[in-house]
Design a protein around this ligand. Sequence first.
Ligand code: AMP
Ligand code: GLY
Length: 415
Amino acid sequence: MRVLLIGSGGREHAIAAALAVDPAVTALVCAPGNPGMAALGELVDVDPVDPGAVAALAVELSADLVVVGPEAPLVAGVADAVRAKGIPCFGPSQEAARLEGSKAFAKDVMAAAGVPTARARLCTTPEELAAALDEFGAPYVVKDDGLAAGKGVVVTDDREAALAHGIACGRVVVEEYLAGPEVSLFVVTDGVAAVPLQPAQDFKRIFDRDRGPNTGGMGAYSPLPWAPPDLVERVMATVVQPTLAEMRARQTPFAGTLYVGLALTADGPKVIEFNCRFGDPETQAVLARLDTPLAGLLHAAAVGRLAEDPPLAWYPGTAVCVVMASAGYPESARKGDVITGADGVPGILHAGTARAADGALVTAGGRVLTCTALGAGLAEARAAAYALVDGVTFDGAQFRTDIALAAAEGRISIP
Ligand code: AMP
Ligand code: GLY
């Protein structure tokens, strides 16, 4: 199988690593990829959000499968353009990707499907915004309606800050605050059959103890020893199946990865958000444990034959990953800081890295790399992930020291 993978982040490096060890994969091309992915496959430059360019590249490479990592190409219609050339593509259509591309659309689908989620108001004027903030009260949750790379959401007790964010975004969804630990569940689906991966937890805030602004995600672990044993089954029944049925009923079936972001509240699991792709950095932790060959799974989903696949096989231990970010992240990202200790190290997955003219590895984005490790349990996996972090240096490096710590210490509980 000749596979073309679109994207260049830590998630794509993790996907590429899993594809590269699938014996069914005879060629792997990453476009545009990153310096870490160069060790796994050929890198080809392409504009990932140009549907015509990606489809033409897939044809030129005689790809048997195109895997689209990030949301922006999916929202731009890349999967449609690839499928129009007769090439199987893992990733939802442009219409179906609106589950992530528009928070208001996602809320509409959830309401129609009876999916448990936070009550919400779509606001387009400062007056509507103020009224919605007062209706739900603090903590205030204000979400940019469009794509914002995980940074369009403000959760704050400060009414002025909530108002300012809403006014700056223009069109926002204001919603009820959901109290309870968060879970990310990725479901691979062909639109009808749906296979859940094992749940993970992400760390959104930049600083330890969940302080500071939201980021794209600063670390993750999987599985979740504190989660109720029936969690996945319950979310499949109350969230995933009704959502997929509603998307089919709208003639826009959702095929690809449905990323369900949940809060485990006192009233049961409720959806915080849907995304239309794997999460970053949760994928780095989840795929590190997946023993089932990934290309076969994604191909089955792309061609509508997922129901025929055997159950997934997992490494029985734990995976922890810790993101190292550049100086200034998440407000900005300083580029050009020389990185040492990351080249060719197993478990170090690149994202915002680049090769300088002299061959040195340098920072080139907000989240620079993810240190991912396995262990028998959380303590061992944390120690191994932080040992990788200790081996990497660059000026201004930021990372959290408490990824998976509360879980390791048994301090997570559902209200
Ligand atoms: P989102 O992009 O919708 O996932 O939001 C980013 C982060 O903001 C989430 O991971 C949560 O930590 C937080 N958040 C979003 N919506 C809510 C909510 N209704 N209640 C509590 N926290 C939320
Ligand atoms: N880790 C959060 C996301 O991928 O959106």
